[in-house]
Design a protein around this ligand. Structure first.
Ligand SMILES: [Zn+2]
Length: 252
């Protein structure tokens, strides 16, 4: 096989490798995206749970204070019953009234905290539900990835071996150009020549669709060397059909 044929053979098997690999990559990317979303939602959930815990603790403190005040009020009530002088009675009464005002305040604060806790609890439930849904989505993504792996892994290994074999047949300088273009485009490093008008000798690159000078097409048809598109640098090849119609003998 000549250079063009070995390059083209490599191109074809490489395309298949990239096709299968991208199916795996996109499925793996989906799992990673879902993991990131779950991490974010988990952080938000934990933050709300923390605030809820804190709010509940504050509410409990206010309630304890209210209970303590109530106990003290009850005690004062008994003391008032057993007061022996008016002065004593008035002193108990004054303290009791002060305590009642204080108790009212802390009860109000407890209620405020409890209301806040209710809102946080609702928020937390909503976040939990979203998190559960997100986990379900991730599970599906993981299943999809596992299925794709099971589907294509064997074939992918075969193709990689075939690609290595095909690459071995390509001269190293041409292979270097091929690999460099592959890295550059992360897409097809080769493009077919497209005949747009034979009489006017007009040919385009099948990768970037820019016109190719006829000299390059001739070079491709007659010489065993790498020919690149002057616009996008892709390595050009002549498809069998065009080659035949141009009356070029296959050099394989
Ligand atoms: Zn091009």
């Amino acid at each position: 096989m000549g250079l063009h044929d070995t390059l083209h053979a490599l191109f074809l098997v490489d395309q298949q490798v990239r096709g299968l690999q991208s199916r795996l990559d996109s499925a793996a990317q989906l799992v990673r995206t879902q993991n990131a979303k779950i991490d974010q939602r988990t952080r938000q959930r934990d933050e709300i749970a923390d605030r809820l815990k804190h709010t509940q603790a504050t509410a409990a403190n206010f309630e304890n204070e209210a209970n303590a005040a109530e106990e003290r009020i009850e005690k004062l009530r008994q003391q008032m019953n057993t007061a022996t002088t008016n002065k004593e009675y008035s002193a108990f009464l004054l303290e009791m009234n002060t305590l009642k005002v204080e108790k009212g305040k802390v009860e109000e604060q407890a209620l405020e905290e409890l209301t806040r806790a209710d809102a946080l609890k609702a928020d937390l439930d909503e976040h939990e539900a979203k998190l559960t849904e997100q986990q379900r989505i991730r599970e599906r993504a993981e299943t999809e990835l596992a299925e794709r792996k099971a589907d294509v892994s064997g074939r992918l290994e075969e193709l990689k071996a075939e690609r290595a074999e095909a690459a071995e047949k390509v001269p190293s300088n041409a292979l270097a150009v091929f690999d460099r273009l592959l890295n550059m485009f992360d897409d097809d490093p080769m493009a077919p020549v497209i005949e747009t008008d034979r009489r006017r000798l007009e040919y385009n690159c099948g990768g970037c669709y820019m016109q190719i000078p006829i000299e390059r097409v001739n070079q491709l048809a007659t010489q065993d060397e790498v020919v690149q598109c002057p616009s996008c640098q892709r390595m050009l090849y002549l498809e069998a059909e065009l080659r035949e119609s141009m009356g070029i003998k296959s050099n394989s």
